[in-house]
Ligand binder design. Structure first.
Ligand code: SF4
Ligand code: MG
Length: 321
């Protein structure tokens, strides 16, 4: 297998300072927020890689850097060997970009209300000077809607149907990869499974690669081949999905599992994750998880654990064995 996406030492820092004048009056220092810190991972072609973590863990920021919507502060994202941030050949950048599409959480916000569905779906092709030739109608059929829906407007559809339209639009340029940022979390629970099943079918049918972003482990359980767990912008554990579900090794991953409702709906009390997510502008020393970790030792607040391999899992915890 070959890696379609290679992320190495990726970091992204945002300046979230108050305006200069306020800072001078209030004598405040600059405030820098490290949303993503030193993340390295690879995504094999034709697989589903899930990035999981609570809000503010840096998942969406990584997604945006992968599609080229946001430049990294440090490190690189290579798509098929091309680094979007440093490549200068416009043709190569354009080609690499068209191979990756993104689907967002909110299907209401990501469709232009004044456009007919046909024009929305065809746009990625027509904007590049291509001919659509019934493309929207074919894709609507493929995502479980009707070809006749092409003349309608977004407001005529339900949330789940709109997300199907977003998926059709993402498929229009025949991408190799789709970054899916919480694609079902704005939908009714009853609709979520249908949309996930559709995405799963399309992934197999078109041989797609997904980077699937979610705060919910149960959502990715049936779809992911590999899972990366993020905490405060850092990858803390990464393993094949089966291995991670079988033996979660990082205490934070274990906490996420305890908080996840079981798909079968039986047994087990759901425990919400304990403790507050720390302020990312001044994260805790050492292992950033130590204030919430039930098994933390002295060393944890002093020394940041390096990522290392434990029985095939990559994990950043002093006590992972
Ligand atoms: Fe917990 Fe220490 Fe492991 Fe961090 S390094 S997860 S604080 S045991
Ligand atoms: Mg997000």
């Amino acid at each position: 297998m070959t890696a379609l996406v290679r992320i190495s030492g990726l970091s992204r820092v945002f300046d979230v300072s108050k305006p200069l004048l306020n800072r001078l009056i209030e004598r405040l220092p600059k405030a820098m927020l490290t949303a993503v810190s030193d993340v390295s991972l690879e995504i094999e072609e034709r697989t589903v890689y899930a990035l999981v973590g609570e809000s503010g863990s840096g998942k969406s920021t990584i997604g945006k850097m992968v599609v080229g919507l946001l430049p990294p502060s440090e490190g690189a994202v290579e798509i098929d060997g091309i680094d979007l941030a440093s490549e200068t050949d416009a043709k190569k950048i354009d080609a690499a970009r068209s191979e990756i599409q993104m689907i967002f959480q909110d299907p209401f916000a990501s469709l232009n209300p004044r456009w007919r569905v046909r024009d929305i779906i065809n746009e990625p092709v027509t904007a590049r000077g291509g001919k659509a030739n019934g493309l929207a109608e074919r894709l609507l059929d493929q995502v479980g809607l009707n070809a006749a829906d092409a003349v309608k407007y977004p407001h005529e559809f339900s949330g789940g149907q709109r997300q199907r339209i977003c998926i059709a639009r993402a498929l229009a340029s025949q991408p190799r990869m789709i970054v899916c940022d919480e694609p079902t979390s704005a939908l009714d629970v009853s609709v979520q499974a249908q949309v996930l099943n559709l995405m799963s079918d399309l992934q197999e049918e078109f041989g797609l690669t997904y980077l699937f972003i979610s705060h919910d482990l149960t959502v990715v359980q049936h779809m992911a081949d590999r899972i990366g767990v993020l905490y405060l912008g850092r990858l803390v554990e990464e393993a094949d999905a089966d291995a991670l579900f079988e033996t979660p090794r990082h205490p934070y991953t274990q906490m996420l599992f305890a908080a996840a409702p079981k798909m079968d709906g039986f047994g087990r009390e759901v425990e919400p994750p304990k403790g507050e997510i720390p302020d990312p502008i001044s994260p805790p020393s050492g292992c950033a998880f130590h204030p919430r970790c039930p098994i933390a030792i002295d060393r944890c607040s002093r020394e940041r654990p390096e990522m290392r391999r434990v029985h095939g899992t990559r994990v950043a915890c002093h006590l992972a064995e």
